[in-house]
Design a protein around this ligand. Structure first.
Ligand SMILES: NC(=O)c1ccc[n+]([C@@H]2O[C@H](COP(=O)([O-])OP(=O)(O)OC[C@H]3O[C@@H](n4cnc5c(N)ncnc54)[C@H](OP(=O)(O)O)[C@@H]3O)[C@@H](O)[C@H]2O)c1
Length: 253
């Protein structure tokens, strides 16, 4: 009797076929990337573009736009905007929807790092670091979430830092650590809140990336390591990653 019930249940559950998530292209997938014109953001933009995505890249500095002259104008939108300014942020989302008709993924990559002893930090430093890392993600998310809710789906990838999981933070990083701990909490809480609407929110928390001059550069993650992880997140649509902490195999931190 038990065996027959088991067989019956197994006959109802579809066996499913293995389909590689990497087989899906990102054709017709629209991605906004803040800070998308240089270093990590640029690497993410290049990788997603190669997979077929249509991009809206945001930078405060239009000289960075020269990096994208060879891209197909049908799949690239370059927007000069400051992500800590609400009007600019609304313009970014409106221009993206005007061009592509939708947004599927937002990648909040804009950020600011300062290395200063705590006693020397000013309120201006506080505003600079907290605003560019956190307020930018807050404003951008606030502008796209209504669009995602309307279309019952979407993905937000926030670029945090492994600093929010380091037990041994080196000195002079109080403001940066504050901002990156906050972006992790923001991501986790927003992920739970938006789950009923089919919207995923994930915080990527990479260790040091070789986007600045250092004698140790060869041991750090490359910007393309970050883009590979972001790509996996977009393609593995059925996985709620919550947060991903990662570092180079050559760098213990
Ligand atoms: N490098 C690392 O070791 C490392 C490690 C872990 C995490 N991260 C994080 O990864 C992200 C990218 O790092 P990165 O090394 O590529 O940094 P980066 O070279 O300093 O680039 C930061 C980007 O953010 C943009 N940005 C900053 N504030 C903005 C604002 N208000 N509006 C629009 N764009 C703004 C900048 O664009 P414009 O100045 O052109 O506007 C720039 O493209 C950051 O969030 C960083 O904290 C970096």
């Amino acid at each position: 009797m038990i065996i027959k019930v088991k067989q019956l249940i197994q006959s109802i559950i579809p066996p499913g076929n293995y389909i590689s998530p990497f087989a899906n292209t990102l054709n017709n997938h629209v991605v906004i990337i803040t800070g998308g014109c240089r270093n990590v953001g640029k690497a993410i933009a290049e990788s997603l573009y190669k997979e077929g995505a249509s991009l809206a890249l945001v930078s405060r500095n239009d000289t960075n736009f020269n990096n994208f002259l060879n891209f197909d104008p049908k799949r690239i939108l370059l927007i000069k905007a400051n992500c800590i300014n609400k009007e600019d942020v609304n313009r970014v989302v409106n221009l993206t929807i005007d061009k592509y008709g939708k947004v599927n993924t937002l990648i909040n990559c804009a950020g600011k790092f300062i290395n200063k002893p705590f006693v020397n930090t000013s309120i201006n430093d506080y505003n600079l670091v907290i605003d560019n890392n956190l307020k930018s993600a807050f404003l951008m998310s606030s502008a796209v979430v209504p669009v995602f809710k309307k279309h019952k789906g979407g993905l937000i990838i926030n670029i945090g830092s492994k600093i929010s999981h380091n037990t041994n933070i080196t000195p002079n990083k109080v403001l940066y650590a504050t901002a990156k701990y906050a972006i992790e909490g923001f991501s986790f809480a927003l992920n739970k809140e938006l789950k009923p609407y089919g919207v995923r929110v994930t915080c990527l928390m990479p260790a040091t990336i070789n986007t600045f001059l250092s004698l140790n550069s060869k041991n750090y993650l490359s910007a393309y390591d970050i883009s590979s992880v972001a790509l996996m997140l977009i393609k593995f649509k059925n996985i709620d990653f919550e947060g991903i902490i990662f570092k180079s195999i050559k760098h213990d931190i």
